[in-house]
Write a protein that binds this ligand. Structure first.
Ligand code: GSH
Length: 202
């Protein structure tokens, strides 16, 4: 297996997931700044033109971070990060999607539209970036409320939902396009999650 990647939040999600499961594989660096991910050879691996992409030993490819993580969960089931049984799996899926669709997407929208980082391939819309930057912090409240009652985002088990939230928060801090509020339960959870060795995986 080979992981085609660049230093980026979605690749980091996969790095953390792999570290939790002690999975290692060859890495191939993709220059997303220079547009290698939208070149013809790369598009033949992932028509979506994004990293990360997992190249399988049979020559096939998987993209979408969560799909890659699900593959790893299948080949290395422990520790369980997607849940066991109907209810827990659905709860983890629910929180993972809430983070991805309501917070991570806003952070990405603010970053892409306010900085124009990818303006060679898309048209940044400053006003839209501002809307995303205003929305993102509000979306954190539901996670703070949940974490008032649970150790981890989807319950008492560390899961892929925690990985998505920590990566989205760290990316927001790094690119400084969103003002992050100090929320007590997220702060408690963040310190706890950051004690895990997987958090420094690259
Ligand atoms: N939904 C995709 C998103 C992948 C994504 O947006 N990757 C970014 C880096 S974090 C990228 O490749 N950006 C390059 C570009 O937009 O040209 C996933 O989960 O893997």
């Amino acid at each position: 297996m080979k992981l085609h990647e660049s230093p980026s939040p979605n690749a980091r999600r996969v790095h953390i997931f792999m570290a939790e499961k002690h999975i290692e594989c060859e890495r191939v660096s993709v220059d997303i700044r220079g547009g290698e991910n939208i070149s013809k050879p790369f598009l033949s691996k992932n028509p979506g033109g994004r990293v990360p992409v997992l190249e399988l030993d049979d020559g096939g490819y998987l993209s979408e971070s969560i799909a890659i993580c699900r593959y790893f969960e299948g080949i290395e089931p422990e520790p369980n990060l997607f849940g066991a049984g109907a209810l827990e799996s659905a709860q983890i899926e629910m929180w993972q999607r809430r983070v991805e669709l309501s917070f991570m997407a806003e952070v990405a929208g603010a970053f892409r539209n306010l900085t124009g980082f990818f303006k060679d391939r898309e048209t940044p819309v400053k006003q839209w970036g501002q809307v995303c930057a205003e929305e993102a912090p509000k979306r954190l409240e539901m996670f703070d409320q949940q974490l008032a009652n649970t150790t981890y985002l989807a319950g008492e088990r560390f899961s892929v939902a925690d990985i998505t939230l920590v990566v989205a928060l760290d990316f927001a801090k790094q690119v400084k396009v969103v003002e992050l509020p100090q929320l007590p339960h997220i702060s408690r959870w963040y310190s706890q999650v950051n004690e895990r060795p997987s958090m420094t995986a690259t």
